[in-house]
Design a protein around this ligand. Structure first.
Ligand code: A3P
Length: 311
């Protein structure tokens, strides 16, 4: 991903009257009732022409649920565990992000043109917004869900460092927005539940971040089974080791460090931030936790989904 123009720049050029277009932190735009990053909302029109191929695999998540982790695992599987091959390009090129669009960057649809079958694709879109072709072609989908409290904390830090998002305000402000679904991609509660429902009628492997943390080898075996492929034990162990948080944090092709600071500022918060379960305990106050739990119980009433908040 090469930035052809200044991205996220809010400055005025020194000594010039010319104003550089302010592309950073635009307000969210609503599409079919879902708030989205402005540029991603603009990408949805062209995305409706997306044609899925039957051997595509779609990685779907609510943001901050371990998308990059599953993406790296899948590319490693596809490359037979060859780490060098996985270093061929940054993760967002190897696994195109369908609805991605931002000034100065190739869109997800443009990145797709350079990818040959079998393709790995990524989305965070709620079901109402995914291209119909993915469903018609019965494309295999791998969904990863993560507990709402850790997602909220991770998303807050991500909003701060990734400047395509509006300003998150204080943690208390952001948590309120998260609970009401006034954050990019809308409510977490609906997302995790509707994809769960889809898994009953469509080939969706529904995974949990917490399970992957607990026993990555077991979860990668589930992925292999779902894809109908097998790998030698040694290769599997190598994938587990190479996709650990520690390894991915120092891998420039996985950690988003190649992206310009105007777009993602790792000095504010690293993309590979903590990679743990239960970090929410360091951020939620007792009052916030009580309020969140009461609201959660209402939103998730009747759901079969059980999330672990610590390991
Ligand atoms: P934290 O902010 O809690 O650290 P996504 O890729 O969906 O944007 O999710 C990002 C979150 O997944 C971040 O969470 C990041 O640190 C975590 N993550 C990325 N790679 C990981 C890995 N290999 N193991 C555990 N967590 C990982």
């Amino acid at each position: 991903m090469q930035a052809a123009t200044a991205l996220g720049s809010s400055h005025k050029r020194q000594g010039s009257m010319e104003l550089v277009q302010d592309t950073s932190r635009p307000p969210l735009e609503y599409v079919k009732g879902f708030p989205l990053i402005k540029y991603f909302a603009e990408a949805l029109g062209p995305l409706q022409n997306f044609e899925a191929w039957p051997d595509d695999v779609l990685i779907s998540t609510y943001p901050k649920s371990g998308t990059t982790w599953v993406s790296e695992i899948l590319d490693m599987i596809y490359q037979g565990g060859d780490l060098e091959k996985c270093r061929r390009a940054p993760i967002f090129i190897r696994v195109p992000f369908l609805e991605f669009k931002a000034p100065g960057f190739p869109s997800g649809m443009e990145s797709l043109k350079d990818v040959s079958a079998p393709r790995l694709l990524k989305t965070h879109l709620p079901l109402a917004l995914i291209p119909q072709s993915l469903l018609d072609q019965k494309v295999k989908m791998i969904y990863m869900a993560r507990n709402a409290k850790d997602v909220a904390v991770s998303y807050y830090h991500f909003y701060q460092m990734a400047k395509v998002h509006p300003d998150p305000g204080t943690w208390d402000d952001f948590l309120e927005k998260f609970m009401t679904g006034a954050v990019s991609y809308g409510p977490w509660y609906q997302h995790v539940q509707e994809w769960w429902k889809l898994s009953q009628t469509h080939p969706v492997l529904y995974l949990f971040y917490e399970d992957m943390k607990e026993d990555p080898k077991r979860e990668i075996q589930k992925i292999l089974k779902f894809l109908g492929c097998s790998l030698p034990e040694k290769t599997l162990d190598h994938i587990v080791q190479s996709t650990s948080f520690k390894e991915m944090k120092k891998n420039p092709m996985a950690n988003y460090s190649t992206v310009p600071t105007d777009f993602m500022d790792h000095n504010i918060s690293a993309f590979m931030r903590k990679g743990i379960t239960g970090d929410w305990k360091h951020t939620f106050t007792v009052a916030q936790n009580e309020r969140f739990d009461a609201h959660y119980a209402e939103e998730m009433a009747g759901s079969e989904l059980n999330f672990r908040l610590q390991l």
